[in-house]
Design a binder for this molecule. Structure first.
Ligand SMILES: [Zn+2]
Length: 93
């Protein structure tokens, strides 16, 4: 049926899967970088204290943009995981 030997087909499949994963990862990364700053977020949603825009939860989580200790923090909802805003944490001295 196919003239392509199986091992090559397998390698192509592995590469294709890796490409799909990278593309998804890159898209999430891009979404995080495009998030509004905390001030702009609060203003845009007329909030004095940050709340989730999707479910209203006040329980938020922050994580580093590129690694755990990154000063650029990405805040997401602790309940529904919606990405909300970003802020820069002052570096610890
Ligand atoms: Zn939420």
């Amino acid at each position: 049926m196919s003239s392509i030997p199986f091992p090559i087909l397998f390698i192509m499949l592995v590469f294709f899967t890796m490409w799909l994963i990278l593309r998804k990862f890159h898209r999430i990364e891009q979404q995080k970088r495009n998030l509004p700053e905390r001030g702009a977020y609060l203003q845009a949603h007329a909030q004095s204290d940050a709340r989730c825009i999707a479910c209203g939860a006040t329980e938020l989580e922050d994580q580093g943009l590129t690694h755990g200790g990154d000063e650029r923090r990405i805040v997401s909802c602790g309940k529904c995981r919606t990405l909300l805003y970003r802020f820069v944490r002052p570096a610890a001295e």
